[in-house]
Design a protein around this ligand. Structure first.
Ligand SMILES: [Zn+2]
Ligand SMILES: [Zn+2]
Length: 281
């Protein structure tokens, strides 16, 4: 039994996913994926995610603003909390810091201008405070911003509530510090990439009871599906890669990452399959 702990179900291209979302989710269910966390990138997008969750019992959602998203006005702490409560989000996010595109000698770029470091930090800070006040875990997107990400988490997050560093691609030292701060580390299809030896090394060294798995669909399809739009069914490839890397069974990775998911996202437990609830009890 697998959980896709991070997917963007409102961004899947219907043309490439057998015509509709229901079929895409069915394909994942057929491979044993029993829970999906649909992650928000804007507060305005949360209503659409909530509609998907209404239609599918095994979908839960988050509420938050992505660090790279341009917004006309920065939401304050109260409005973040209001949206999260109104739509019954199980987490705040994705929130965080992404300095990658602000680096002077980067070679890639985004179509729109990227929010400055200062804007990103204030946006992240507000979401961390909202999460702490609601006692909800936070889904953190972090890239090329190790020190600032950890400093803000340290200052504003309750380790008893914690969160996850999603689609993790930073170093082992950062992962270990995040674990000390009550966080989980989530690995995506990147762990299967040929040049990802450092990440596989990290996948071996992080305690299994601190790992989550995700697809980040429709982005970052794992080997052997690279280049195609990603889908939640392929979280199984991520689990298989971690199992092979650690020399344990896929079942063990599936069981432990599923238990970890419900341990972190406690508000999702009522939606868990009965067999999972029994195991957690
Ligand atoms: Zn992200
Ligand atoms: Zn994402």
């Amino acid at each position: 039994m697998f959980v896709d702990s991070h997917c963007h179900l409102d961004r899947l291209d219907p043309e490439t996913h057998d015509g509709d979302l229901a079929a895409t989710l069915d394909a994942a269910r057929a491979r044993g994926v029993s829970q999906f966390l649909a992650v928000a990138v804007t507060l305005e997008g949360v209503a659409c995610l909530a509609a998907i969750a209404r239609d599918h019992d095994d979908v839960v959602i988050s509420a938050g603003v992505h660090p790279l998203h341009q917004v006309p006005e920065e939401p304050d702490i109260e409005s973040i909390k209001e949206v999260a409560e109104r739509f019954e989000a199980v987490a705040i996010g994705e929130a965080g810091l992404d300095y990658h595109y602000l680096h002077p000698d980067r070679v890639d770029s985004l179509p729109d201008p990227v929010p400055s470091r200062e804007v990103q930090r204030e946006r992240f800070r507000r979401q961390l405070i909202a999460a702490t006040e609601l006692e909800l875990p936070v889904i953190v997107h972090t890239r090329d911003a190790r020190e600032d990400t950890l400093a803000l988490i340290r200052e504003h997050t309750d380790p008893a509530v914690g969160g996850v560093l999603h689609c993790f691609t930073e170093d082992l030292e950062m992962a270990r510090e995040a674990v000390r701060l009550g966080f989980y580390i989530s690995l995506s299809g990147i762990v299967t990439f040929r040049n990802a030896d450092a990440l596989r090394d990290l996948a071996r060294q992080i305690p299994l009871d601190r790992l989550l798995i995700e697809t980040d669909s429709p982005y970052l399809a794992p080997v052997p599906h690279r280049g195609k739009p990603n889908q939640p069914a392929w979280v199984v490839e991520v689990a298989e890669c971690i199992a092979a890397t650690r020399g344990i069974s896929v079942d063990e990775v599936a069981m432990q990452t599923t238990a970890n998911f419900y341990h972190l996202f406690h508000a999702a437990v009522p939606q868990a399959p009965e067999i999972v609830k029994d195991a957690l009890a």
